[in-house]
Ligand binder design. Structure first.
Ligand SMILES: [Zn+2]
Length: 377
């Protein structure tokens, strides 16, 4: 029996949609009443309340479709150790923020799983409260090993059966991605997605969002300086052909696709020098992102959800270092928070422009072609 299809008649809270609905518009190039070139939705991994507000302000500024992604460990952080409390809190905050919004927003559980007891509890909570979930069953994180295709398919299909009737889209993962994302997601090894397994996986699970592994890496060190990771764009196109034959509403997701803003790194290094903090200079110099040109190649291969995290974390930290280098004696949290908040908004705006995700729900409130992302102001 085939897996249940995504129920598209569900009404989410005001101005909220399933991630799949927003990303499908991007795949089809739909902005307002126009259909043009495909674009992508950077899914912003947010870990603080300021991050939620900053991302929403960026969506508002540009009239973008918004995906806010929360990992298990982010939810634990919001809930002070209790992921379910974090989930409930985020659910209420985003619902309130979306109501006052002029764009459409999705909430997505990043790297949920249906394998461990904790994962199963969180993913079920997210199906009740979010508009999209990732069921990453490609890895058994507790035992640190890849799962078999059968285990991955069965566990993912079970999530689809719970989520699709409620209108909640499901993202699966096939293959193992190398790198460190957070305490839940780290792997030394990476395996490419096998196109034959891909066909089986998509047919059996019914997922409409899938993260194949084609060479991206989690974390701030994607390869070495001068020796960046190369993405297998050819494999991406092969996967797209297979997916489109099954259902042309299937969309791919790029994990570990953070690029790096050179100006953010330069700004951090300049201010670390001012502060005389030499210990971390090498770490900053060794950060390596994926080239945006490669990511652009992926958008053409149906990767319309681009997970975006590391560069925003780096932006926040770089702005904070700069604010402290200017004055470290302001006894006012707001002074430092104002700087990091503005930097985060600009970092998000920059990525939305790069991905072509603007002018979807209304005309941008800034001149997109003149926007310059620079912490040095
Ligand atoms: Zn990921």
């Amino acid at each position: 029996m085939s897996a249940p299809s995504l129920n598209k008649t569900i009404n989410f809270p005001e101005n909220m949609r399933s991630a799949h609905e927003l990303i499908l518009m991007a795949k089809n190039g739909k902005k307002g009443n126009h259909a043009g070139q495909s674009y992508a939705l950077p899914a912003f991994n947010v870990t603080t309340y300021d991050g939620v507000q900053a991302a929403c302000e960026a969506f508002e500024t540009l009239g973008s479709s918004g995906v806010l992604a929360f990992s298990n460990s982010a939810l634990k952080h919001f809930g002070h150790g209790d992921a379910i409390l974090g989930l409930e809190t985020i659910h209420e905050i985003v619902k309130f923020r979306a109501k006052k919004s002029s764009v459409q927003i999705a909430t997505h559980l990043d790297h949920g799983d249906n394998i461990g007891e904790h994962g199963r509890k969180v993913i079920r909570g997210a199906i009740e409260m979010f508009t999209s979930v990732m069921a990453d069953n490609s890895t058994d994180h507790a035992n640190k090993c890849a799962t078999s295709l059968k285990v991955n398919m069965d566990a993912t299909r079970e999530v689809v059966e719970l989520a699709h009737p409620k209108g909640v889209s499901v993202e699966g993962e096939l293959g193992v991605l190398a790198g460190v994302e957070d305490e839940d997601t780290h792997s030394e090894i990476s395996t490419y997605t096998d196109p034959i397994e891909l066909k089986d996986f998509l047919t059996n699970t019914g997922v409409l969002l899938l993260a194949p592994t084609i060479g991206t890496m989690h974390g701030p060190n994607k390869g070495k300086p001068g020796d960046k990771v190369k993405l297998n764009i050819e494999l991406a196109h092969e996967c797209l052909k297979i997916a489109n034959e099954i259902n042309n509403e299937i969309i791919f997701v790029a994990h570990g696709a953070s690029t790096l803003y050179p100006q953010v790194v330069e700004y951090a290094i300049k201010n670390l020098n001012t502060l005389g903090l030499n210990n971390d200079l090498e770490t900053w110099k060794n950060f390596v992102g994926t080239d945006w040109d490669q990511i652009k190649g992926l958008i053409g291969a149906g990767f319309c959800k681009i997970n975006t995290d590391t560069e925003n974390r780096q932006t926040y930290l770089s702005a904070l270092i700069g604010a402290i280098a200017q004055t470290s004696s302001k006894v006012d949290i707001r002074y430092y928070e104002k700087t990091t908040y503005k930097a985060l908004v600009d970092s998000y705006i920059q990525k939305l422009i790069m991905a072509g995700n603007y002018g979807v729900w209304h005309e941008p409130k800034i001149n997109v072609s003149e926007f310059k992302f620079n912490l040095n102001v």
